[in-house]
Design a protein around this ligand. Structure first.
Ligand code: PLP
Length: 376
């Protein structure tokens, strides 16, 4: 009987009314290429959404955007890059692509993101050990802004640039300013499970027009300005296609309503579950605005977390433990890390609940009733 229950996904694509129009237009005008009017218009719409001081380069993925961001900020062979440990592996992998070493920093409890205290400790210790870190990768995880002021302050003091991984935070803001515009370079992802999607895609955000130009240059095979193909640097094939940018144009039109739906999901879970002492939520600190990309709960123990996760699975509801910190991943186990136990605890006790903007009240009620049964 449980197999007949309709599947509830963790976070599935939610297409609006105009995506197919822009995609069809691209076909009708034969702009089936990694450039074209949809790419420009998609970039413009992101720029207008974030604020008019930023420049946007649409790319093939968020991972590609992080890779280009780090390279443009000068990260190269043998460097060290400080990276939030509590994140998805794509925050850290591009550091390795460049032949550099990720040094992982644990989280603080107010936002679950990179701890300013540990960040400072790590910088001072790395300098003592003989190497000043080349960049910082800070992440607004699950859409919750990191402590922008404290992190910027430390970065500024030591003059280290920040890559702001906003892959999960399109639509979030800090003191009324949209995430994506706080780092030296920001990035977004439009993968299938993100708050809006192009099926796969990303963007690089910068306040400097020359950085955008550099990103587009590198993303299109680093072709010098000659009639023949001339190359004086190594390039990548990282530009977004005009077809996918058409999906993105349509998705930008519904972004605010997607944020509202995700926040309403969180509110529903909160109102129905926060009265139980076993379930904790992450509140927004004052003047922090999270898009609530995924609604997360904290349980008292790994055992209770698993009991809830498996009970949901049994009735065809997808949930997922919080991200496993990078400093605990087999591939990074020997990397330097500065830890305080926070991300470890979050990983053991935390669960992401179904959070798609296309969930119905009935879906949400089904999730809540399964959880309630497990904690009673
Ligand atoms: C999804 C994600 C990325 C990578 O984006 P892709 O578009 O999938 O390459 C990077 N960082 C975080 C935190 C993410 O969640």
């Amino acid at each position: 009987m449980s197999l007949k229950e309709e599947k509830i996904w963790l976070s599935s694509p939610h297409i609006g009314d105009t995506e197919q129009y822009y995609v069809k237009e691209a076909f009708d005008t034969n702009w089936v290429a990694p450039l074209g009017p949809n790419v420009n218009e998609f970039e413009n719409s992101i720029q207008q959404y974030i604020n008019n001081n930023v420049h946007v380069a649409a790319l093939s993925s968020g991972t590609a955007a992080i890779h280009l961001a780090l390279q443009i900020l000068g990260v190269s062979l043998g460097d060290e890059v400080l990276c939030q440990s509590f994140t998805f592996s794509a925050s850290a992998n591009p550091i390795i692509y460049l032949g550099a070493t990720p040094v992982f920093i644990d989280s603080e409890e107010d936002t679950w993101n990179i701890s300013p205290i540990l960040l400072r400790e790590a910088i001072e210790d790395r300098i003592l050990k003989g190497k000043k870190p080349k960049a910082i990768v800070a992440v607004h995880l699950y859409g919750m802004p990191y402590k922008v002021r404290e992190i910027n302050e430390v970065a500024k003091e030591f003059n280290i640039p920040i890559v702001e991984d906003s892959a999960e935070a399109l639509g979030s803001s800090f003191y009324g300013v949209k995430c994506g515009s706080f780092g030296d370079i920001g990035i977004f992802s439009f993968n299938g499970n993100k708050i809006i999607t192009t099926s796969g895609g990303g963007a690089l955000i910068t306040k400097k027009s020359n950085i955008k130009e550099k990103a587009v240059f590198l993303a299109t095979q680093a072709r010098d300005n000659e009639p023949h193909y001339e190359h004086s640097s190594i390039g990548f094939n990282y530009r977004m296609s005009n077809i996918l940018a058409g999906i993105g144009r349509g998705q930008m039109q519904v972004l605010d309503s997607r944020v509202a739906s995700r926040r309403a999901n969180y509110q529903f879970y909160y109102e129905n579950l926060q009265k139980f002492s076993e379930i904790e939520f992450l509140d927004e600190p004052e003047n922090y605005f999270s898009n609530r990309w995924l609604s997360c709960i904290l349980t008292p123990s790994f055992e209770i977390r698993e009991k809830i996760r498996l009970a949901l699975l049994k009735v065809n509801i997808e949930s997922r433990p919080l991200w496993k910190p990078m400093h605990l991943q087999p591939i990074f186990i020997n990397n330097p890390s500065y830890t305080n136990g926070t991300s470890n605890t979050l990983f053991e006790r935390g669960l992401c609940l179904p959070s798609g903007s296309n969930l119905t009240k009935k879906d949400l009620a089904r999730v809540v009733s399964v959880i309630k049964k497990q904690i009673k």
